[in-house]
Design a protein around this ligand. Structure first.
Ligand code: RB5
Length: 141
């Protein structure tokens, strides 16, 4: 499994921490940004969404200040289910019920420790299918 990861300047430091957490565990592709210099979050949300959609069962992580810009942008792509999560229980449900394929984190509103727990919980959870698949099938326009 390759994880596509991206952030804007507000999420840059957390992105670097997440990469350290992944090293030796998961393969990942860093789509930027590559410094704390101010950038525009949609550039990175689109890059990660495209990476995720180009792979079977692709998955991504996006990080900005609130998470909202990244989630709003990524969810413009049909087939992307980007879930803004700030807690391990929410990220587990995002996978179990929504089969989210991008986890979005709000860097300015979550501690590093909670962010890592939120990520681990997401990757340890499994989609439950059944009635949840029926609901997901109704999402795309
Ligand atoms: C950047 O200042 C901030 O607006 C961005 O990281 C994000 O929170 C947007 O949704």
């Amino acid at each position: 499994m390759t994880i596509y990861i991206g952030s804007d300047h507000a999420g840059y430091e957390l992105k670097e921490l997440v990469k350290k957490h992944f090293e030796g565990r998961f393969e990942f592709v860093d789509k930027g940004t590559f410094s704390s210099e101010s950038v525009d979050y949609p550039d990175f949300a689109h890059a990660v969404a495209e990476g995720v959609l180009n792979e079977k069962d692709g998955v991504g992580i996006l990080i900005c200040g609130t998470g909202n810009g990244m989630a709003i942008t990524a969810n413009k792509h049909a087939g992307i289910r980007a879930a803004l999560c700030w807690d391990p229980a929410i990220s587990a449900l995002a996978k179990q019920h929504n089969n989210a394929n991008i986890l979005v984190l709000p860097a300015r509103f979550i501690s590093s420790e909670k962010a890592i727990d939120t990520i681990d919980s997401f990757f340890n959870a499994e989609f439950e299918g059944g009635r949840h698949q029926r609901r997901i099938d109704k999402i795309n326009l």
